[in-house]
Ligand binder design. Structure first.
Ligand code: PLP
Length: 416
């Protein structure tokens, strides 16, 4: 099958949830994806923040090979040899106490939401006054299932499925006064992303996170940190909230945790965990032997290869290069992000679309989020030379587009 026949078949057979770029990838190596004609693409998106160790990493391949010949599935009715080892690593890295393993980001976030409701129920049973409302943030994204979508800000994701889970209120991003005004004993949790991803690569302020922590402490509400995109080393620390020196009660992980084998995790404090007893929550596939074995390998490889330092170093270089680019091009209105989670905001939707498409023509993959933001979530193994390639391509594209815009406006003036 080639691209054209696959496209035709998908058009007939698949639910139309994505407008795919017409490109058929058949393999990958390092930071490159290879298409059916043998062309290599520099991948600055890593499958939306998933393939952190890049493609065909020998340690990941070996972990999959080894585990696939031993055991793929047990269900959570039995023990297997990797769950506790993975949980130990995750709790040590996060400063949290307990782990629930699942299969995706949205499932991890659902677990967090359910835990917050159950925790409030437990507190009420102990005589505390606490309600069932969630405060989420404007421009948030937490996933596509009913609870996740209810805490996701963009209306286009929620409205077609209304009524979604009620009792969610949105707080203006980084607006401490709005947070304080909307917080009350009715709230069972405040939902944050320390760095918003889909929302356009926006870090929260120290002041906002500190206020959220303090408000939760005042009532027993839980601080839920969605680290599905910004966690697991993406920002140069294991968890983005660690940049702020503030511990959430609950965090949700997914994307890079098993480098492409589907996996999610919800981590919480011992205290919050008291709200869950056997039978209240579960999953058939979650935390299976294959995903756990690979996740352990990903974490151990990241530690062995000192990957957080590398993310910081290459991320700093990338950011500095983006700032230098911004100094040369008026159409760049902002550069944001931490580590290898970076955004370049342009001054028009049309330009952002064109630049993303032209980068793809040059076989460099990035994507556009929040209309005008070019988003970079490259593999952690990215090197400076890859950054230089991307920056010079961006520079050339923006120069040509500025020259075109200049010529067009000169044409308009001479006609007028
Ligand atoms: C911050 C955040 N939360 C949740 C999700 C949902 O994760 P998944 O697509 O694995 O369900 C995403 C996905 O992009 C995300 O970026």
């Amino acid at each position: 099958m080639n691209l054209a026949s696959i496209q035709a078949a998908e058009n007939k057979l698949l639910l139309h949830t994505y407008d795919r770029t017409p490109c058929l990838f058949v393999s990958g190596h390092g930071v490159y994806l290879r298409d059916e004609d043998g062309n290599d693409y520099l991948d600055l998106l890593s499958g939306i923040g998933v393939s952190a160790l890049g493609y065909a990493h020998p340690a990941v391949e070996e972990a999959i090979r080894r585990q696939s010949t031993r055991l793929l599935h047990t269900s959570n009715l039995f023990f297997h040899e990797h769950t506790a080892d993975l949980a130990l690593r995750l709790t040590e890295m996060s400063g949290l106490d307990r782990v629930f393993l699942c299969n995706s980001g949205t499932e991890a976030w659902e677990a967090a939401l359910k835990l917050a409701r159950a925790n409030a129920g437990r507190l009420r049973a102990n005589g505390r006054t606490i309600g069932t409302k969630f405060l989420a943030l404007e421009h948030s994204f937490h996933g596509r299932t009913m609870g996740s979508v209810a805490t996701t800000h963009k209306e286009k994701y929620r409205e077609p499925f209304a009524p979604v889970m009620p009792n969610v209120e949105f707080v203006r991003f980084n607006d401490v006064d709005d947070l304080r005004t909307k917080f009350s004993n009715e709230v069972c949790a405040i939902c944050i992303e320390a760095v918003q991803g889909e929302g356009g690569i926006h870090p929260l302020t120290q002041e906002f996170i500190a206020a959220a922590r303090q408000l939760c402490d005042s009532t027993g509400a839980l601080l839920l940190a969605d680290e599905i995109q910004c966690g697991m080393g993406r920002t140069g620390k294991w968890f983005a909230y660690q940049h702020y020196g503030i511990q959430p009660d609950v965090t949700a992980l997914a994307k890079p945790i098993a480098n492409g084998i589907p996996m999610g995790a919800m981590l919480c404090t011992n205290d919050a965990a008291l709200a869950i007893t056997p039978g209240m929550h579960g999953t058939t596939f979650g935390g299976g032997p294959l995903a756990c074995a690979v996740a352990i390998t990903v974490i151990d490889t990241m530690k062995r290869e000192n990957m957080l330092a590398h993310v910081n170093e290459v991320g700093e270089f990338f950011r500095a290069q983006l700032h230098a680019l911004a100094a040369r091009h008026e159409c760049i209105v902002d550069v944001r992000g931490l580590g290898l989670m970076l955004g370049l905001e342009l001054n028009s939707v049309e330009l952002a679309k064109q630049v993303a498409a032209q980068m793809m023509d040059r076989r460099i993959i990035l994507n556009r989020t929040s209309e005008t933001v070019l988003r970079f979530l490259p593999p952690y193994i990215l090197e400076r030379e890859h950054v230089e390639t991307a920056i010079s391509a961006l520079d050339e594209i923006l120069k040509v587009s500025a020259a075109f815009a200049g010529a067009a406006s000169a044409g308009e003036q001479s006609h007028g």
